[in-house]
Write a new protein. Structure first.
Length: 309
């Protein structure tokens, strides 16, 4: 039976921001315009005791990372939908533990005229500032007028390194690329000189991957990025596959390229060998525009925190 509340919400979003279409492979992920924003719709009935229950799939959350993305919580009591910026809560979900069904569980708690997000073992977070479409509309208007500079391979590496550092990771860049980094794009910082311990069999592969995010002071690899400016997407996926087969705990794989190569990525990523290994479901395509915007949002947030201090 169609969800009338979801249909009404989608109609409202279309009236306010324009074209809206599903992301391939999901009934809950939507793209606004030419990837101006991404929406992850999560619905719950309001139960007699006032509680609501939401499940968020990790595979869906990975499609939000690096984009102008929002988790939209909506219910059936007539209250305004909430458009929660994923970037603001990304670290919480990374530290949270999914339930036995593989989903992260969340609740909306209403009390004393406020609405809070409750994440088990993580806490409660006020969401009143995210009610209604204004947050989404403002972010889209900002994106429409932005000017994206032409970025070189090394500049994209620099931005990815800056994003990882801002998120608290150690950063490894191949030695041959370090001198090419453009420190005019991000505050400079020290890089990790060696790849993590425990990867002897694939150390030569890891040492060639464009950017590694590594747990601060540790050895676990939290993110791997291949910037395919003009090189083969397939070769990057092969390197990722070798890493995944050796270290299944590696969290995030990204192919980073121009939006024109998105279709080529899709064709290569879903070759039988990558479907068999599971890499297809764990690798995301990240456009240069998303990298630039992701870095700008983190930099703006950091500058705001420093001003408050």
């Amino acid at each position: 039976m169609p969800n009338v509340h979801k249909a009404a919400l989608l109609n409202s979003v279309r009236e306010q921001v324009g074209d809206l279409h599903k992301l391939a492979g999901s009934n809950s992920l939507f793209i606004v315009g030419d990837d101006l924003a991404r929406l992850y719709l999560r619905y719950s009935k309001v139960h007699p005791d006032g509680r609501t229950f939401f499940g968020l799939r990790d595979v869906d959350l990975r499609e939000l990372a690096g984009h102008n993305s929002y988790i939209c919580f909506f219910v059936d009591d007539g209250s305004a939908p909430l458009f929660v910026p994923y970037a603001d809560f990304e670290e919480l979900f990374q530290r949270a533990e999914p339930a036995s069904d593989g989903q992260y569980k969340a609740q909306l708690v209403s009390a004393h005229g406020t609405r809070e997000l409750y994440l088990p073992k993580m806490g409660r977070f006020n969401l009143d500032g995210f009610a209604g479409l204004e947050t989404l509309i403002n972010s889209i208007d900002s994106n429409r007028v932005r000017k994206l500079p032409e970025l070189s391979h090394s500049q994209v590496q620099t931005l990815l390194a800056g994003i990882g550092k801002a998120k608290g990771f150690d950063i490894f860049i191949p030695r041959m690329d370090v001198e090419k980094l453009d420190w005019s794009l991000t505050p400079s910082f020290g890089l990790r000189g060696e790849i993590p311990n425990g990867f002897g069999g694939i150390s030569f592969i890891l040492s060639e991957i464009d950017v590694l995010w590594i747990a601060a002071g540790g050895n676990s690899i939290e993110g791997l990025f291949e910037v395919e400016h003009s090189t083969s997407i397939y070769s990057g996926l092969l390197r990722f596959n070798d890493v995944l087969l050796t270290d299944p705990s590696a969290a995030r794989f990204y192919i980073v390229s121009d939006e024109k190569r998105r279709d080529r990525f899709s064709r290569q990523a879903y070759r039988p060998t990558f479907r068999q290994s599971g890499l297809s479901e764990r690798t995301s395509f990240l456009e240069y525009a998303n990298v630039f915007d992701w870095h700008q949002r983190l930099l703006k947030g950091k500058n705001h925190e420093e001003t408050e201090e």
